[in-house]
Write a protein that binds this ligand. Structure first.
Ligand SMILES: [Fe+2]
Ligand SMILES: [Fe+2]
Length: 206
């Protein structure tokens, strides 16, 4: 078994353990997000001449603390980095590779600002892969429906309004990829711009 296969098995075990305090979305993310991102990261890495193993590992491990705690826990990021470092060490990744995966690609994958954005090619590939998967799967539909159960519809609307352009413009580092997913982004934007949020909230709760 190679390092990536070994890591994949470890990540699967963690999600499948279904720890009682895990993030509410953890099961959905395991089934519908994590390995789509790591597969997308691997193929983008090949396309853009990055190290595919590093990009794929970062994709598998992004937000890994979801397995054991809620996102709202202030220690979530620290735990994500600790769990990732432990697993990567076990899977025989070199310290310099772990540095790129954990402190560049994973730490900055949300791309909240130019300073908080990945600098390595592999980190850029991973952030791009995450955004591509957000925009081309039912990620937004699931997220909106789920958030409407507990949050004010105005807040959810604001979340979507901020996240869609961040996915398209901040997280995608390759112009050609941005153009490939622009239509999917525009469809989502149109859908959520014209949504009757009050009615949607009712149906999400019912
Ligand atoms: Fe994330
Ligand atoms: Fe993600």
């Amino acid at each position: 078994m190679n390092r990536i296969e070994f890591l994949k098995r470890k990540v699967q075990e963690l999600y499948q353990a279904q720890a009682p305090g895990r993030e509410e979305w953890a099961d959905w993310l395991f089934a519908n997000h994590i390995f789509l991102v790591s597969d997308e990261a691997a193929s983008l890495a090949i396309r853009f001449d990055a190290n595919a193993e590093i990009a794929e590992a970062a994709g598998m491990l992004h937000d890994i603390a979801d397995c054991v705690m809620k996102r709202s826990n202030p220690n979530h990021e620290m735990h994500t980095e600790n769990i990732a470092t432990e697993l990567l060490t076990e899977c025989k990744f070199e310290p310099s590779e772990i540095e790129t995966i954990v402190t560049d690609a994973m730490r900055h994958h949300s791309c909240y600002s130019p300073q908080q954005s990945p600098k390595s090619l592999e980190g850029k590939v991973m952030a791009t892969a995450d955004a591509v998967v957000h925009l081309t799967t039912d990620f937004y539909d699931h997220a909106v429906k789920d958030k409407l159960r507990n949050e004010d519809s105005g807040d959810v609307r604001q979340w979507v309004t901020a996240k869609l352009p961040r996915d398209l413009n901040n997280k995608i580092f390759f112009d050609i990829i941005r153009e490939e997913v622009r239509e999917a982004h525009d469809r989502l934007k149109e859908k959520y711009d014209s949504l009757d949020w009050v009615l949607e909230k009712k149906s999400a709760i019912l």
